[in-house]
Design a protein around this ligand. Structure first.
Ligand code: 6PG
Length: 242
């Protein structure tokens, strides 16, 4: 453990995705055994989508009909745009498992009922979540400068106390997004941060060394019951391990 974080290091991205997938399916089954359903929050990025592809290879292990699917953030683009996290998650997993579509909750597209208004899309998602969402596992990636979800260092989003926010002029394209805030992320029982590559090592090392979330937003992505970092050796290079 490192400062209350569990850190799991893998030789490569493939091994990381396979292990996270197995652990995620176990977490779903445990939540279903405990309360009859499971609530997952998905994210975008190479690692997040690779995990969903790995889940698909063993997807028969769980009853998908009682899994609630949310997104931690979304690229505010037209429905079906290949860059949308929802589009990629459906291609990687959701189109291949028998989910109850009424329990799959994408963030609005930029050509949906709110038009090109990310603030309205954010407000609607906050309303959907209600006051205290009870996520079982919230999956997030980590950017080179320490962003997570679509919350970037010293940005309006990192200072927000809202539930869900619109993000504009995002340093990572596309520029307009909708994102949970870090305080909402912290309502999850477990937060799993997953990243690979040497370019992430500095941000990961700082986050695990206790740097503020304003500087490294990933440092603020913490679960009520568990915070787990899944890293490859390169991304873990600056982590001081116990
Ligand atoms: O929409 C996105 O791109 C994600 O929300 C973003 O937070 C991503 O998870 C990180 O940028 C890491 O992405 P990689 O796993 O591709 O490095």
């Amino acid at each position: 453990m490192t400062g209350g974080n569990e850190v799991v290091v893998f030789p490569d991205a493939k091994d990381l995705a396979a292990t996270v997938a197995t652990r995620l399916l176990s977490a779903v089954a445990a939540a279903q055994a405990a309360k009859g359903s499971a609530s997952l929050v998905l994210t975008g990025g190479r690692t997040g989508i690779a995990v969903l592809e790995a889940v698909r290879t063993a997807a028969s292990a769980v009853d998908w009909s009682t899994v609630d699917i949310y997104w931690g953030d979304e690229r505010f683009l037209p429905a079906g745009n290949p860059e949308r996290n929802e589009t990629q998650a459906r291609a990687a997993l959701l189109d291949h498992v028998p989910v109850d579509q009424t329990r799959v909750h994408p963030m609005a597209p930029s050509d949906g009922r709110f038009g090109d208004d990310p603030d309205a899309a954010a407000a609607a998602y906050a309303e959907l979540l209600g006051g205290s969402p009870e996520f079982d596992v919230l999956l997030v990636g980590v950017g080179e400068e320490g962003h997570t979800l679509s919350v970037f260092p010293d940005s309006p989003a990192v200072h927000s106390t809202d539930v869900v926010v619109a993000v504009r002029d995002c340093p990572k394209p596309p520029p307009t997004r909708v994102s949970l805030t870090l305080s909402t992320a912290r309502s999850a029982s477990q937060v799993w941060l997953m990243t690979t590559g040497a370019a992430k090592a500095e941000a990961v090392g700082k986050a695990l060394a206790g740097v503020s979330e304003v500087e490294i937003p990933a440092a603020g992505a913490r679960g009520r019951d568990a915070t787990v970092w899944f890293l490859d050796e390169e991304a873990a290079a600056e982590v001081k391990r116990d």
